[in-house]
Design a protein around this ligand. Structure first.
Ligand SMILES: Nc1ncnc2c1ncn2[C@@H]1O[C@H](COP(=O)(O)OP(=O)(O)O)[C@@H](O)[C@H]1O
Ligand SMILES: [Mg+2]
Length: 306
């Protein structure tokens, strides 16, 4: 039996007249990795801040671990580890000092904290940087330190807000591996991301967010298969050609989208479509597997990262 850890109904958040979260409902089960996928400004950070009780709910209900999410819900803070979007480390202190100060917030006795810090620095591969100042770390190292810091209190729930934004692929993969490892140990993960690949790599279920609303919810691979199909053919042609081309290709595609200089065709099988393109004397195209980015594109006509 799975247990619902987070349940939101018609959840809203306004900042003055700005609607940041516009009546969303979702449920997160214990042990799963649940993702909020959306571009900048979609309302992801605002949503997760309400979940970990640092931002008050404007209206609607939000239950976390059986209790209403209130500002300063201490019990909830104790069981949650936060990997914030902003790098909130004390730059004047060392790696070790940043962690020991945080351990104090959680009332972890010093001896235990020292042991835990050693384990965590090993876990995120930062042992060699134990005594380095934050200013001496790369962005990837800082993000790894945020992961270690979030784990000090052995959290049952981890909220990772864009944990890999701005990182190179190698640094990104290391964080993905660690998050997957935590999940395999039974931790519930809430992840926000603007990278469809990250959502596909880590999440059991996602919601696609745009302008404070949830556009779709589901299992990443199923969402892609249902919404898009297997393949996408991108054709670079001027917009004026759309009418002529689209009419000739309807039998091969199950949808199309024009974004900027590209006409996207969604297909179960791109082979027939490509043959036809060649017949039409169109050679500037590429075929690739369908992704969550295509789902977003189809739903909004926009790209996730602009
Ligand atoms: N503290 C705040 N005060 C006013 N507006 C805010 C604040 N935080 C976020 N917003 C606005 O709320 C919307 C959603 O922001 P955010 O939740 O940060 O989106 P995301 O994390 O998906 O990029 C944006 O329009 C943003 O400018
Ligand atoms: Mg954000």
């Amino acid at each position: 039996m799975t247990k619902t850890l987070v349940s939101a109904k018609d959840l809203r958040k306004n900042y003055g007249s700005l609607i940041a979260v516009d009546g969303i409902s979702f449920e997160i089960q214990e042990g799963e990795c649940f993702g909020f996928l959306g571009p900048n400004g979609a309302g992801k950070t605002t949503t997760v801040k309400m979940i970990h009780c640092v931002s008050p709910v404007t209206s609607g209900t939000l239950i976390v671990n059986g209790l209403p999410a209130h500002i300063n819900n201490r019990a909830l803070k104790k069981m949650t580890g936060i990997i914030p979007q902003e790098i909130t480390l004390d730059v004047d202190l060392t790696v070790y000092e940043n962690l020991i100060i945080f351990a104090k917030f959680f009332d972890i006795p010093k001896r235990e904290a020292k042991k835990r810090i050693a384990e965590l620095l090993h876990f995120v591969e930062l042992e060699a940087k134990r005594n380095s100042k934050i200013s001496e770390l790369s962005t990837g190292m800082k993000r790894r330190l945020l992961v270690a810091r979030a784990l000090l209190n052995h959290p049952k729930l981890i909220v990772a807000d864009e944990p890999t934004t701005g990182l190179d692929p190698q640094a990104r993969h290391l964080i993905w591996q660690r998050l997957r490892q935590l999940k395999s140990e039974g931790v519930t993960l809430i992840l926000t991301t603007q990278y469809m690949e990250e959502a596909q790599q880590l999440c059991d279920r996602i919601v696609v967010m745009h302008q404070g609303k949830i556009l779709k919810e589901g299992v990443p691979s199923k969402l892609v298969a249902e919404q898009i199909g297997r393949e996408v053919v991108e054709v670079r042609v001027p917009k004026e050609e759309d009418e002529r081309i689209v009419g000739q290709l309807t039998e091969f595609s199950c949808g199309h989208e024009r974004v900027g200089d590209t006409l996207y065709f969604y297909c179960r099988d791109g082979q027939g479509l490509m043959k036809k393109l060649v017949e039409l004397d169109l050679h500037n195209y590429l075929t690739r597997p369908a992704t969550l980015e295509d789902v977003f594109l189809k739903l909004t006509g926009r790209s996730l990262i602009e």
